[in-house]
Design a protein around this ligand. Sequence first.
Ligand SMILES: Cc1cc2nc3c(=O)[nH]c(=O)nc-3n(C[C@H](O)[C@H](O)[C@H](O)COP(=O)(O)OP(=O)(O)OC[C@H]3O[C@@H](n4cnc5c(N)ncnc54)[C@H](O)[C@@H]3O)c2cc1C
Length: 415
Amino acid sequence: MSGTRVPERVVVVGAGIVGLSCAWSLQEHGVEVEVLDKAHPGAGASWGNAGYLTPSLTVPLPEPSLLRYGIRAVLDPRSPVRLPPSADPELARFLLRMIRHCTGARWARAMAIYRELNAQIFTSFDRQWDGGVPVRTAETDVIAAYTDAHQAAGLLHEFEGIVASGQEVDMRMLTGDQVRALRPQLSGRIDCGVRILGQRYLDPVAYLAALADSVRARGAKLTEDAAVTAVERRAGKVIVSAGDTRLEADAVVLANGAWLPELARPHGVRMPQYGGRGYSCSVAVTEPLRGPLYFPATRAALTPRGDRIRVVGVMEFQRPGAPLNRARIETTLRAIRPLLDGVDWADVREEWVGARPLTADGLPLIGATATEGVFIAGGHGMWGVTLGPLTGHLLAELMCTGTRPRELAALDPLR
Ligand SMILES: Cc1cc2nc3c(=O)[nH]c(=O)nc-3n(C[C@H](O)[C@H](O)[C@H](O)COP(=O)(O)OP(=O)(O)OC[C@H]3O[C@@H](n4cnc5c(N)ncnc54)[C@H](O)[C@@H]3O)c2cc1C
């Protein structure tokens, strides 16, 4: 799109980590920005997630073992993977397409793309920090803990694939006592662990609030309760409709997470997408958790939250707006209860559900659409927090310089 006019005014749809990061990076280029959210900042997946910024775990979701695991898991009522009770043609289309991507060769190709993005994750957060977003990301090791050494095979296999792609992974195998020394909450049931060094994490609640404040302080209007229903191009402008309101802009960024498909489809985006809903809650602990703790066998991720721990888990294929199903949280808590000491299981708060915006090929959608002036920043699935600031940076560069950054070629929303 070389030669395209640089937008002076841009409307961003969605005030999650991705939309706010796009707004923030566009402001870096001097663009006037207005952000619309159908509810408020953090109404989507960006609020209750685990906050892991972990290049060593940021990999494409579709892979051969997902197929084997997924079939077993949906048949087991105690598993963290759930399908909706009634048939949904959109889900069927999504799953069939995703299955086609569950091959070793396609995973390796997608991993090569993630490797390039992963190398820039920390810089993208440091850029926001240097630019005045007042929440610093914390450096950390992530501990994966297991009740049986055989369970570690899956993660170690994944690391082999990451290393084969050219990305380094700094990890150590630990005994049960060694993992307990690093995460004293772990009970005697834990037999071994993997320590993944050189990662980071953040408190998603604090980070999102700080980013929204920063975007506002730099002059953006952030409008809540504004559900965008249509986006069209007319007379050289983009018209964004939200209820009775019509906004005019030079360009729009659709960054509305798991709700993206409906708004994106009229602009030529065909990649099947679906909500992979996850749940979280927090529980009280006698001693603060020292850093992220991951139980791969139960697919549960834990993050420090002051004198509490945030517990995150479940992959429920479901429409993003469906009500929270408390049984899902109970399944996760029941699974991890024997693995932890010093937790007050009666003090459960902040019960939450949010939808991971999944794409069938496991790659984000970032770039221009078939409609001039309409851009997409979405489909980040399991890793939208990690990749949010980098997405904003790359998309703003495309929109404001007219040159597509090399990394975005494979993430073309029209692929
Ligand atoms: C349980 C769980 C754990 C996770 N853990 C991690 C993790 O540890 N690390 C990581 O990197 N990622 C993690 N993720 C993934 C991450 O949370 C998401 O990929 C990311 O938050 C997506 O951000 P987003 O801004 O695209 O979407 P969202 O945060 O969902 O924001 C979309 C926004 O758009 C608004 N919106 C929707 N439709 C409209 C409309 N029509 N008009 C106006 N506004 C609209 C919504 O109200 C919402 O505020 C996790 C996700 C879940 C569910």
